[in-house]
Design a protein around this ligand. Sequence first.
Ligand SMILES: Cc1cc2nc3c(=O)[nH]c(=O)nc-3n(C[C@H](O)[C@H](O)[C@H](O)COP(=O)(O)O)c2cc1C
Length: 177
Amino acid sequence: MKVVENRRSIRKYKDKPVEKDKILKCLESARVAPSACNSQPWHFVVLDDEEIKNKFADTVFTGLYSNMTFVKTAPVIVAVVSDKGNFQTMVGNFLKNAAFYLIDIGIATEHFVLQAQELGLGTCWIGWFNDKKAHKALNLPKGKKVDILIALGYPDQEPSPRPRKKLEEMSSFNKYE
Ligand SMILES: Cc1cc2nc3c(=O)[nH]c(=O)nc-3n(C[C@H](O)[C@H](O)[C@H](O)COP(=O)(O)O)c2cc1C
């Protein structure tokens, strides 16, 4: 509960590298996440080389996305690459009109984020970036897509909690109301 309550989106980072073993722990937490039909439709590309990370940020946060340049101040950017899952999940997606792979990468990425929080690191989910440019920058094959980025580093701010719906607004027992 402490971990989930204390997590905040961090948009200002210390100029301090993140230890490789901490990044590996975050990846390990993501690795064990559940997924539809156990398809594990994710690949985490860790950009922790300053030059590569900055070049990537300069590419994907331009034009419409240039308000996200704070991400470049994070010492690490993680690109979460998805595929559409295995045959079973693709059939499931079609029949249920759902995108299970997006649910799957959401779970795995939040595992990553919560592990980072436990290790004293800060993160921010980033959905606002040029995904076509990210695809090209990472040299991804067809069928793979960068759906989300995670900024990672030591927090240099303590944001107040953002408002949330009340428990009774976001849940009900035995019927929808
Ligand atoms: C899927 C997703 C995409 C997000 N994209 C962005 C983004 O592009 N830029 C940004 O600054 N924050 C982004 N956020 C962070 C949200 O704004 C933040 O989680 C929300 O305002 C609640 O604040 P908190 O995380 O501090 O509790 C994103 C969060 C999620 C879950």
